[in-house]
Design a protein around this ligand. Structure first.
Ligand code: FAD
Length: 394
């Protein structure tokens, strides 16, 4: 390997920056280049859905600028620069900057840390799209916060994990909050009904209004705000809308370069893709079948991959990874069962109601704990239940 060629990381989210930091602990010599389509600010993405109530500006969420990071990492960081093509035979990247300047960059080894984007919106009629927001990065947060100034009523589309966190945050920031979802209860893909309703009750007591079982079919401008029409005929008026409908890994570039893709960029436990010199981690990666949109797996991946890139092969081994949902009005922890760990109909939720919370265990017919969901005082059982769950990777 020609070690004058840089290690190139595409992406300066938590995955890209964590990897760069871990790598520099082990190797101070190899040239390191990071490329990002955004401005390269280092920030904690989970704070985006828990900072409005604290009045946090985008500047306050920024931990370090790209310039600071370049110095700290002894790296070159190309900001506002998009990788538009990957030639694997020539080991060459094509770049285009926001200013329209094209360039080429050779790499020794390459890492995809390209993250995930909001899933495409379902088809919606109407002229209200200019008042529909999505928040998946710091500049989205800036746009949304600016739009909220002098406004009062927010319609949230999507009552999943991020939608509920935003409802929790916006209501405590003093906004009037309505939430719509096609599902029947909050976090319906992760929680049994009893746990979802428990979160719903806590948010409703704080003033959030939920509307389940129908999606938005039309979004129109109306009286300086918007009017949303739902599939069941009901109408909700608000000043602006925020959609939180899930995430989709950014795999376009890897796919057109011919790398193996399933849901994410396919890697083995060493984070290596179908090309031996190309690796992937974070939201864009599907690591030995697991495509997880959380911080814990990417920090573990960053540590293992840094070792491999510094010359000592290492693999990740995900244990159980419970996730804290930042609905502070009703603290919640979810640990979904591993995909494929049971056959439909051979496992079910067992729900225990506590005085002020829920313990829901997802049990196989023969009594093995496969996953769990905890709300309120139930979250105290997080560690004991985690120990009884099988790890994600054996
Ligand atoms: P990203 O942060 O998406 O970074 C992707 C990077 O790739 C960006 O720098 C982008 O510019 C760059 N990029 C992509 N394509 C190109 C290209 N072609 N050329 C150049 N650059 C490119 N997880 C938790 O564990 N706990 C939580 O409480 C939690 N809360 C969350 C709340 C919200 C609102 C959101 C959106 C996510 C939350 N998550 C949470 C998930 C967690 O934040 C993500 O798993 C993590 O931040 C993903 O980091 P990443 O680096 O993989 O991707």
């Amino acid at each position: 390997l020609d070690d004058t060629l840089p290690l190139v990381i595409i992406g300066t989210g938590l995955a890209g920056y964590h990897l760069a930091k871990e790598f520099r602990k082990l190797d101070q010599r190899t040239p390191l280049t990071l490329i990002t389509g955004d401005d390269g600010t280092f920030y904690s993405k989970p704070l985006l859905s828990a900072s409005l109530a604290h009045g946090k500006t985008p500047q306050q969420l920024a931990t370090a600028s790209a310039e600071d990071m370049a110095r700290e990492l002894n790296a070159e960081i190309l900001v506002h620069t998009h990788v538009t093509n990957l030639d694997r035979d020539a080991k060459l990247l094509s770049l285009v900057s926001d200013g329209g300047i094209s360039a080429e960059l050779p790499y020794g080894r390459l890492v995809f840390a390209t993250g995930a984007n909001c899933t495409p919106l379902p088809p919606m009629e109407g002229n209200g799209m200019s008042r529909l927001f999505r928040v998946n990065n710091l500049s989205d947060y800036h746009r949304f916060r600016t739009a909220l100034a002098n406004r009062k009523r927010v319609l949230l589309i999507g009552a999943g994990l991020i939608g509920c966190e935003f409802a929790n945050d916006l209501i405590q920031a003093g906004y009037s909050v309505g939430v719509v979802d096609v599902q029947a209860w909050p976090l319906a893909t992760l929680l049994p009904e009893a746990a979802g309703r428990d979160i719903q009750n806590a948010l409703e007591q704080a003033g959030v209004r939920f509307h389940f079982g129908a999606g938005v079919t039309k979004l129109e401008q109306h009286a300086g705000g918007i009017r949303a029409q739902l599939a069941d005929g009901s109408v909700i008026e608000a000043d602006l809308a925020l959609a939180a409908l899930g995430l989709k890994p950014n795999v376009g570039l890897a796919e057109s370069a011919g790398l193996a893709i399933k849901r994410g960029i396919v890697t083995n436990r060493a984070l290596q893709t179908s090309d031996a010199d190309i690796f992937a981690l974070g939201d864009c990666a599907e690591v030995d079948g697991h495509n997880l949109f959380f911080v814990a797996p990417l920090t573990q991946s960053a540590r293992a991959l840094a070792q491999t890139l510094a010359g000592t092969s290492a693999e990740v081994q995900y244990g159980t990874l419970p996730v804290a949902v930042k609905t502070t009005l009703r603290p919640t922890v979810v640990c979904p069962p591993r995909a494929g760990s049971f056959v439909e109909g051979t496992a079910d939720w067992k729900v225990t109601k506590l005085e002020d919370g829920i313990v829901a265990e997802f049990l196989s017919n023969d009594g093995q704990l496969l996953g769990f969901a905890l709300t309120g005082s139930g979250i105290a059982q997080r560690d004991s239940l985690s120990k009884r769950c099988p790890p994600l990777m054996e």
